[in-house]
Structures are given as C-alpha cells and as structure tokens.
Design a binder for this molecule. Structure first.
Ligand code: PEP
Length: 252
C-alpha cells in the first residue's frame, strides 16, 4: 500500500503575511488524521519561517529547487545542506519551468537529484512532455529519457527515497488537465520502467500527477491505480482548494 502524497508548489508567490494566513488556514482545516502525506514548497526566503509555522504539524516543508554543488562560489544558488539546515524534507528537481526557462538539462537535473539525496532530502523528480512532443507521439520516450538520466547516475535504489511527479508541460498552469486515463497511461509506463530494474522499488514508488489539479478534478485523477497524489501549483495557494485536494488523496 502506497501512502498518497500531496505537495504544494507555491512557485514565486506569497509574502510573510500571506504565507502565515495560508498556513494558518491549512492547519485549521486539516483533520487530525490526514489521508496523505502533505508538504508545501515556499520560495527560498520563506522556508525557515514557514517551517516554524508548520512545526509539530503534519505538513512538511519542501523547496522548489537546489544547487547541484555542495558549497562555494555559486552566487545566487542554495545548497542541499542549507535546505536541510532550515528544515526541508523534500526538494523539487527538474520542474518544467526550471527545464524550459532556466535551461536545466537532464544531466543537471540528475546532479541536483544526487545533491539532494546526499543531504538526505527526498527529491521530487518532475518529468513530462511538451504538447509538441505529445502530438508527435513521443510522450513515453521523453519521460523515459528524463527518468533514465537520473537512473543512470543514481541507480534504481535511489528511487526508494524519492518521489516522481509526472507533469505534462501543456497542463501546467494552463487549466488543461490530462484526463485520468492519460495520466494513468504515463504513470503505468514509469512504474513499469522502474520495475524492469527493481519490482519492489517500483511497487513502493510514489508517482504524483501535476498539471492544473484542483478540487473539482483531484478525486478522479487520484483514483487511478498508479497515481499516488499530486504536485499542486496554483491551487495550493488557496487553502480551501488545497485542503479539498488533500482530502481527495487515495491509497492504492
Ligand atoms: C506545478 O507547478 O507543478 C503545477 C502542477 O502547477 P499547476 O497546478 O498550477 O498547473
């Protein structure tokens, strides 16, 4: 049985006051026994304070990116050790906005994945195809390439302490959601690819769906057998939406 996981990616939104309000509303609204593991990923400057607000709660802290290097002259970057130091448990690597806007390629994403695990952070590895790649029939080959870039350097054993998020680029922030069947097809492909190397790790691997998930569509997507929760962007900024999405999480 895989425990579902719902993570909120706040992206570059929020302020100290807004974050405090959002966290307060989440903590008030969550049942004592949440049906899923839950995390929020605020921007770097807010990690420490948000972590303090979340202290002793069931909501855990994640970051949105990490430097591949451990320390040194890398102006503007934040290391995995620093994220650990301020209380992060998770870090997103390979988000499509990082891949597309900041030109992070598969090799760099793989190095970030390793950097995260070297500090005992749990990477949330994002994979997903663009609309053009889907229309050309390349969805599974793109996702496999992104996954293999990490498996080649980290080994399949590394997935015992990682989460994968399938996020079709055409569905992120667009209001277009993959159908539950489209999501399931790719999630099943990812799990089968991992199972070829290690069936036990594949069976325990949490594969989240991300891309315009909201309260109105979460339940049907999360009901698919290989969908283990979601990585939520826009809807994670609204407490009532995010709480309903968390409530829709289902164990498989
Ligand atoms: C994301 O940023 O990972 C994401 C899924 O965004 P949204 O939910 O807004 O599409």
């Amino acid at each position: 049985m895989r425990r579902p996981f719902v993570a909120g990616n706040w992206k570059m939104h929020g302020s100290r006051a807004e974050n405090a309000q959002l966290v307060d509303a989440l903590l008030q609204g969550l049942p004592a026994q949440a049906p899923a593991d839950i995390a929020v990923c605020p921007p770097f400057p807010y990690l420490w304070e948000t972590g303090k607000l979340l202290k002793s709660s069931i909501i855990e802290l994640g970051a949105q990116s990490v430097c591949a290097e451990a320390m040194g002259a890398f102006t503007g970057e934040v290391s995995a050790g620093m994220l650990r130091d301020v209380g992060c448990k998770y870090v997103i690597v390979g988000h499509s906005e990082r891949r597309a806007i900041y030109r992070e390629d598969d090799a760099l994403v793989a190095r970030k994945f390793l950097a995260a695990q070297s500090q005992s952070l749990v990477p949330i590895l994002c994979v997903g195809e663009t609309l053009e790649e889907r229309e050309q029939g390349n969805t599974t080959s793109v996702v496999s390439r992104q996954l293999n870039a990490v498996l080649d350097v980290a080994g399949v054993g590394a997935l015992a302490n990682a989460v994968i998020a399938y996020e079709p680029v055409w569905a992120i922030g667009t209001g277009k959601t993959a159908t539950p069947e489209q999501a399931q097809e790719v999630h099943a492909h990812i799990r089968a690819a991992v199972a070829q190397q290690d069936a036990k790790i594949a069976a325990g691997l949490r594969i989240l769906y991300g891309g315009s998930v909201k309260a109105a569509n979460a339940r049907e997507i999360f009901a698919m057998p290989d969908v283990d929760g979601g990585l939520i962007g826009g809807a994670s900024l609204k407490a009532d939406e995010f709480l309903k999405i968390c409530a829709a999480a289902q164990a498989h």
